[in-house]
Ligand binder design. Structure first.
Ligand code: NAD
Length: 477
């Protein structure tokens, strides 16, 4: 049984209750986790508060940076073990899981190196005064993370918070929390003091809600669905604490007639099938200029029909999706497409001999989806690519901006002026030109506009989000 980590101790829930952990590969139970609730969250928040006034709170930025670095090294030492755990819990192909663990280590390395580099200022002011703007931790930071990239999301969320001297309480997703628990154990081994990192597992509506409502927290980083994001923001408002919301997306590629199609097609296919489409930044809308549409669709169809789905060990292009609800969601949208007579241009295939009770879905390329159709508007969170055609640059931009989301986008064109015009006109937190989601992007400020959320994570901006300033005005004559 996996245990929570509170105040440096591995513990079950105070209530003694547990939750089953099911494998996406075959739907069978393979572990149990504590079903933490309000009482466990309360202990974790108190432990974090105590950490801030004891060993952890007294550490210098340099010392915190060294600890984060050690944790990055420890993660790399345990790379194979963590990748296997992540694949088992989420169903990811092993190559994806290995990459996720490398990125996890990178978060600890990046923010370890950054811990002593985000600092205050001395301001010019009136004669006889000295003004210092100090950079300080927020206090206890709450981190509610989803199941799609449990390892990466843990690193992305807690590494900058720890670098800035906060003590963290993490509520990982009930569907995938084994890697976050193991990483917290490794953090304890490298010397993170009791209470600096706490993990409470359990259901969202119990442990998650209790954490977001807790009066002892000073900040919330939430990554997940829009519905829950709204609840979290309401809870944060009641306690008057800041929250960063990283929510859903329906990210567009806008491909112009002059684009380098040979380069674009494999990147676009990868951008929707990676992690079986369960990626907030999945490039799920493909908006193609009429002149290149037939050629592009031929190439896409050829590649899509080669996409294969299997178990983590088979290490094919896609694994199963995380749970039965997600499987039914993808099937619902494919059914909606069929009902609307939308063309299924190409589909990938499931490997032979997959367990019947596993959560497998078929990667699908949809042709000429009406812009208002659910498949063009809603986040499916599966390997389904909706294509659309346009004539003019203005129409391409309008289509790109035609959903409630604004997380990531890509522009594919060789025309320099158009690259600039279109990337400026698209409403998104990140825009790529002739690329998409390059290299994990630990360094790149990330987050949404519109209903994709607010606040920024990754890069140095995350360290500013997860800290505050105090202006000290000193009159000395
Ligand atoms: P979810 O909102 O159901 O769950 C996310 C987390 O919130 C989980 O830990 C869950 O236990 C918790 N939770 C659930 N109900 C809660 C409540 N009432 N109060 C507090 N916490 C609660 O999301 P999900 O299905 O796990 O994840 C998929 C969603 O996450 C997608 O919409 C995806 O786009 C989004 N996502 C966004 C990003 C990003 O960076 N923008 C990254 C990954 C995933």
């Amino acid at each position: 049984m996996a245990l929570m980590l509170i105040n440096g101790q591995s513990v079950g829930a105070l209530s003694g209750q547990e939750l089953d952990v099911l494998s996406p590969v075959d739907g069978q139970k393979f572990d149990v986790i504590p079903r933490g609730d309000r009482a466990d969250v309360d202990l974790a928040v108190k432990a974090a508060q105590n950490a801030l006034t004891s060993a952890w709170g007294r550490m210098t930025a340099l010392e915190r940076g060294r600890l984060l670095h050690k944790l990055g090294e420890k993660v790399l030492e345990h790379h194979a073990e963590l990748a296997a755990l992540e694949a088992r819990d989420t169903g990811k192909p092993m190559t994806t899981a290995r990459n996720d663990i490398t990125v996890l280590a990178r978060y600890f390395e990046f923010y370890g190196a950054g811990a002593d580099k985000v600092h205050g200022m001395v301001l010019p002011f009136l004669d006889g005064y000295t003004v210092n703007v100090l950079r300080e931790p927020l206090g206890v930071t709450a981190h509610i993370i989803p199941w799609n990239y449990p390892a990466q999301m843990l690193g992305r969320s807690i590494a900058p918070a720890l670098a800035m001297g906060n003590a963290v309480v993490v509520k990982p997703a009930e569907d995938a929390c084994l890697t976050p628990i193991r990483v917290a154990e490794l953090a304890r081994e490298v010397g993170f003091p009791p209470g600096s990192i706490n993990i409470v597992t359990g259901l969202g509506e119990e442990a998650g809600a209790a954490l977001s409502e807790h009066p002892g927290i000073n900040f919330i980083s939430f990554t997940g669905s829009n519905e829950v994001g709204v609840l979290v923001q309401k809870a944060a408002a009641k306690n008057v604490v800041k929250c960063v919301l990283e929510l859903g997306g329906k990210s567009p590629h806008v491909v112009f007639d002059d684009a380098d199609i040979e380069r674009a097609v494999p990147i676009i296919v990868r951008g929707i099938i990676a992690n079986t489409g369960q990626t907030c930044t999945a490039g799920s809308r493909l908006i193609i200029q009429q002149g290149v549409y037939p050629r592009m669709m031929d190439k896409l169809a050829e590649q899509f029909s080669k996409v294969r789905v299997g178990t983590p060990e088979m290490d094919l292009d896609c694994g199963p999706v995380v749970n039965i609800a997600q499987q039914e969601r993808v099937e619902y949208f494919l059914n909606e497409a069929k009902k609307s007579n939308i063309e299924l241009v190409a589909q990938g295939s499931l490997a032979a001999g997959l367990p019947a009770a596993g959560y497998y879905v078929t990667p699908t390329l949809l042709g000429r989806v009406p812009p208002n159709h659910a498949c063009a508007q809603e986040e499916i969170f599966g390997p389904v690519l909706a294509t659309m055609a346009f004539d003019t640059e203005a129409e391409g931009i309008a289509l790109a901006n035609s959903t409630q989301y604004g997380l990531m986008a890509a522009v594919w064109t060789e025309n320099g002026g158009r690259q600039q015009r279109v990337s400026k006109a698209i409403k998104a937190g990140q825009v790529y030109i002739n690329a998409f989601g390059a290299g994990g992007g630990v360094e790149l400020p990330f987050g949404g506009v519109k209903k994709s959320g607010h606040g920024r994570e990754k890069g140095f901006l995350a360290m500013e989000e997860m800290s505050t300033t105090k202006t000290v005005v000193h009159y000395h004559g």
